[in-house]
Design a protein around this ligand. Structure first.
Ligand code: PSU
Ligand code: MN
Length: 301
């Protein structure tokens, strides 16, 4: 049911740093060939930072922890991989299907494998209008229960960031800012909302993880890393693009698991690709910070 790549299994056994990576970002989050180039480059960054990368997906009904180049290529080019969150895992396993895992599903499989640090682009959250539609990403409930640190560039402002942070607070999920007091909103370092605590370095984060989990306080932690200023988009540009995308989604009646991929696609289209470069750069930056966190956490044992 679960298959851990040999080098990853060995590193985990020896208590060395391992970083989990998700696959929905590859199959549903970016176009080919940028998705494959990014997936390969992220793995390289993690290795150079002294950790082992483990990209997670479900292939032929097997939960894979650490993928081969061929498997990454398959996920980057196929239209057939299902978007798999917590509720989809049993179906995909039982029917031996292929699935790209979301933040929620990647956390579950990372935890099963014994990996404590996971790097991604952005997390899901409460959608705008979610107080009415109840469209709240399963990522938030997973953060409430599964003990994995999620390193991300915050949440896209296609979401209601204020309500997303409220749900995380209710569920006891610490939201930490990497060298910032403000929760970043993916394409920009700003959202107007504060993080719970600002971190000086990854050792400080590692100590918080250790104290949370040593106490038996189950659940994840969000480490929000702001996009670097030199690649960030203008706040007004991105807000305009999001408003357009939301109007189109409403007109077309798109909802449920299709909504996030649809909005991501629309943003790419409306910003004529300038969002893609920012997206790639922020994932690289998250990979550098996340790898450093995994290394520090490994030192603490
Ligand atoms: N947000 C992004 N990029 C992404 C996603 C979210 O900026 O690729 C993906 C992640 O895999 C996340 C999922 O876990 O979408 C959330 O989907 P939903 O809102 O349907 O829970
Ligand atoms: Mn949803």
């Amino acid at each position: 049911m679960i298959q851990i790549k040999e080098e990853v299994r060995k590193a985990l056994e020896e208590g060395r740093a391992v970083v989990a990576l998700e696959s929905t970002i590859i199959s549903h989050g970016m176009p080919y060939p940028e998705n494959l180039e990014t997936a390969l480059a992220v793995e390289k960054i993690v290795r150079e930072a002294g950790a082992l990368p483990a990209t997670i997906a479900i292939l032929d009904g097997v939960m894979k922890v650490g993928l081969s180049q061929e498997e990454l290529h398959y996920l980057a080019t196929t239209k057939d991989a299902l978007k798999v969150s917590r509720r989809d895992i049993p179906y995909v396993l039982a029917n031996k299907k292929n699935g790209a895992t979301t933040v929620a599903a990647t956390m579950i499989i990372a935890k099963l494998a014994g990996i404590r640090v996971f790097v991604t682009g952005g997390i899901g959250g409460v959608h705008r209008g979610g107080e009415d539609s109840l469209d709240v990403s399963a990522d938030l409930m997973e953060l409430a229960r599964t003990s994995v640190a999620v390193v991300c560039a915050g949440a896209k402002s296609i979401l209601d960031i204020g309500r997303t942070l409220e749900v995380l607070e209710t569920h006891g999920v610490p939201v930490l800012g990497y060298k910032t007091n403000e929760f970043p909103s993916f394409y920009t370092p700003h959202s107007g909302y504060p993080v719970d605590y600002s971190m000086e370095d990854t050792m400080e984060v590692a100590k918080i993880l250790k104290s949370k989990w040593d106490l038996g306080l189950e659940g994840g932690v969000v480490l929000a890393v702001p996009i670097l200023e030199e690649v960030a988009l203008e706040d007004a540009t991105i807000e305009e693009a999001i408003k357009t995308a939301l109007v189109h989604a409403k007109e077309l009646g798109i909802h449920g698991k299709e909504l996030t991929p649809y909005l991501l696609d629309e943003l790419k289209r409306v910003t004529a690709g300038s969002s893609l470069k920012a997206n790639i750069e922020l994932v690289y930056n998250n990979a550098r910070v996340g790898s450093s966190l995994a290394v520090e956490l490994a030192k603490l044992g």
